[in-house]
Design a protein around this ligand. Structure first.
Ligand SMILES: [Zn+2]
Length: 257
């Protein structure tokens, strides 16, 4: 067989491989805590615990290794269970459940009807009206993000003022690797924070804001930077220790497993 037909036959497998590549990363059908990630550079199948995402990635060295990788993940199920069960228990956004806010446990309540979500700080209750069960988690999350934005904006302006600096944009998102980051553009600090800081005690949120503002003066982590940090915030050491020990609790907020 030559010419046209043999070209067609030759072309088919390569299309299949690139289609298969496009499927990555994807979650295991049976165990949503497992994510398959393709790595062309990897030389063997391996597992990686990602504590922020509370999941395990299976590194697949090329699409042809997928079937083997799936078998491997099944064989390692006990190990995966042990790793993930060692994390703080999940705090899913469900009525009757509890979440961390400002370092305290708040109960989630879903009153009937409509209206804006309300936080009752004396009783430590978060009231989130939701027309149906599906919209409840999203509403809780948006409430926490809104509260986080308010506090983080105020804290950013407070510390920037102390340094005689100006704040540009404050964004609040779900960053898994860092609690905050800051870039200075035209003399203004643009800061991005993790909304999860609203779940930490206030002194921790304040410290992260002070840390990011200090980067407007020293764009590094030198001794000079830490001096600036300590000149505007008294809890640097305490807050750093808290984050190192309890960061995983912040990632448990809203987690479903
Ligand atoms: Zn920093």
């Amino acid at each position: 067989m030559g010419g046209f037909l043999s070209n067609l036959a030759r072309r088919k497998p390569s299309t299949t491989v690139s289609d298969a590549k496009a499927l990555f990363p994807f979650r295991d059908d049976e165990d949503p805590r497992i994510v398959y990630k393709l790595s062309e550079r990897a030389r063997r199948i391996s597992l990686k615990v990602n504590t922020a995402e509370r999941e395990v990635s299976v590194v697949v060295p090329g699409v042809r290794a997928l079937a083997k990788a799936k078998t491997f993940a099944k064989e390692q199920k006990d190990w995966i269970d042990v790793q993930l069960e060692a994390l703080p228990p999940p705090m899913p956004f469900v009525p009757g459940g509890h979440v961390l806010m400002r370092g305290e446990l708040y109960e989630l309540v879903s009153p009937p009807g409509r209206g804006r979500p309300k936080v009752n700080h004396e009783r430590r209750v978060i009231n989130v009206p939701a027309p149906d069960a599906e919209s409840f988690p999203g509403r809780v999350r948006r409430l926490l993000i809104r509260e986080a934005r308010e506090e983080l904006e105020a804290a950013s302006h407070f510390y920037a003022d102390k340094l005689g600096k100006r704040i540009g944009k404050v964004s609040v998102r779900d960053t898994s690797s860092r609690w905050g980051s800051c870039i200075t553009r035209q003399g203004e600090g643009h800061i991005s924070y993790s909304w999860r800081l609203i779940s930490a005690p206030p002194f921790v949120l304040d410290y992260v804001a002070a840390h990011e503002c200090a980067h407007m003066v020293e764009d590094n982590h030198s001794k000079a930077f830490w001096d600036v940090c300590a000149s505007i915030n008294d809890d640097v050491k305490k807050a750093k220790t808290w984050l190192r020990k309890n960061g995983a609790h912040l990632h448990a907020v809203g987690a479903e497993w």
